[in-house]
Write a protein that binds this ligand. Structure first.
Ligand code: AMP
Length: 417
């Protein structure tokens, strides 16, 4: 029996077995930068997403997992993390305290997309949000934290695409000029529909024949008001100061409606069609859209599966679970009783230790020790116990020494820590 369409299981040795370690590694730079851990529910009122993510987006119109609870309230499994975390922060009144409010999160998101390599119906994101200020230096920090997340995990082939989507002062006029440009083109029905809902979305279409028609389309970056232009220039200066390279991407539009001004995406060229490993931007109008006070904000979300696929494409190892240091092999009941206590002491001392459970004979237990990946085995027979010692085996060098029982933990700590 397999799991539902578009899902996968995280198990040792499986394709996404390193999920937990990757989540942690990607968020490590943000943790150091003062982004506190946040967690919002996996489901929310459907209205939160239709208002927040936007009625014109594919996510809301086609991809939400929506259901009713027993009191007939419409609920939806979260398709992204920003709206829920923002709702939670507003609910708790965090915006009335010290600003910016800096939050980080990790967890599963749900979108009823057509599954393919790198695209799943339940997938993992890590994210950060910085709320309460529209300081471009904060934009630069947020973008740099994602850059450092990829660099920290070892990826070399990530590119940062950066642009500005303008704001309420300059986007409406630009939108009108783009709409009249699009009106003059031969567009298929579906594209025409998208142009009516959100003309900017058409610019991001990957089809070469459409891109050819769009060669002379007006661009948002050429139509920015002074405030938005200054903001973009300051973000770029901040990224220069932080040593983060970026590429201007004037046609970048993202799949969620709430973005304005600073907008960015991280792509990896080793991933084929699903090349976006992460993305984000500024969403200064979002708090009001979901019924809160005006509150600027900026954030990103990075895809965990695509990060793992990118590591594989670059031939890099994913961060792993801690490997075992010591495997204890008791032979006989009194030795087993002692071994249980010894493993407890080793773990308490910070040594990764395990025990040959199941009362196997010497041969089977030593095989288990070899397979465990541990560097050392402690073999404890009844005769050793009587003599007050244990046999310490170096499993790599195949050397063995007798160690007094009360010195086993200290000896191993010295060798390992
Ligand atoms: P978005 O929330 O659409 O901006 O997505 C942010 C990142 O999440 C993307 O760059 C992907 O890395 C990842 N992502 C989005 N949708 C999926 C999906 N269906 N399956 C796997 N990863 C996804």
């Amino acid at each position: 029996m397999s799991g539902p369409k578009g899902t996968y299981d995280v198990l040792p040795g499986s394709e996404f077995g390193a999920t937990a370690a990757v989540r942690e590694a990607l968020l490590a730079p943000s943790r150091l930068a003062g982004y506190a851990y946040a967690e919002a529910p996996v489901f929310e009122a459907t209205e939160l997403f239709s208002r927040g993510v936007g009625e014109s987006t594919d996510v809301v119109t086609k991809e939400m997992f929506t259901f009713s609870d027993r009191a007939d309230r419409s609920l939806t499994l979260r398709p992204e993390g920003t709206v829920g975390v923002l709702r939670a922060a507003l609910d708790a009144g965090l915006h009335k305290g010290q600003l910016p409010v800096k939050l980080r999160y990790a967890g599963p998101m749900f979108r009823a997309e057509r599954p393919q390599a790198g695209r799943y119906r339940q997938f993992q994101q890590v994210g950060v949000e910085a709320l309460g200020l529209d300081d471009p230096a904060l934009d630069a920090e947020v973008v740099a934290l994602a850059w450092q997340a990829y660099a920290g995990i070892g990826l070399r082939k990530v590119r940062l695409l950066l642009t500005s989507l303008g704001d309420a002062a300059c986007r409406p006029a630009y939108r009108a000029s783009l709409t009249s440009f699009l009106d003059g083109l031969e567009l298929d029905e579906e594209t025409r529909r998208r142009a009516t809902l959100n003309p900017l979305r058409v610019l991001d279409d990957k089809r070469p024949e459409l891109q050819a028609q769009l060669a002379d389309a007006p661009l948002m970056v050429d139509a920015l008001c002074d405030a938005c232009r200054d903001h973009l220039t300051a973000v770029q200066a901040g990224l220069d100061a932080l040593g983060v390279p970026y590429e201007a991407a004037p046609r970048l539009v993202r799949g969620l409606d709430y973005y304005m001004r600073t907008t960015f995406e991280f792509v990896h060229d080793g991933l084929g069609a699903q090349s976006a490993v992460g993305g984000g931007g500024r969403y200064d109008g979002l708090a009001e859209l979901i019924g809160g006070p005006p509150l600027p904000g900026i954030g990103w979300a990075l895809g965990v599966e695509r990060t793992l696929l990118a590591l594989k494409a670059e031939g890099l190892d994913a961060p792993g679970e801690p490997t075992l240091d010591v495997f204890v092999v008791p032979l006989g009941a009194p030795a087993k009783a002692h071994a249980v206590g010894l493993v407890g002491q080793l773990r308490a001392a910070g040594v990764a230790a395990d025990l040959a459970y199941g009362d196997r004979g010497m041969k089977g237990a030593m095989k288990a020790a070899d397979r465990s990946g541990a560097a050392y085995a402690v073999v404890l027979g009844d005769r050793d116990l009587e003599a007050g010692e244990a046999q310490l085996k170096d499993l790599r060098e195949h050397a063995q020494v007798a160690v007094p029982l009360d010195a086993v933990v200290e000896t191993l700590k010295e060798k390992l820590l």
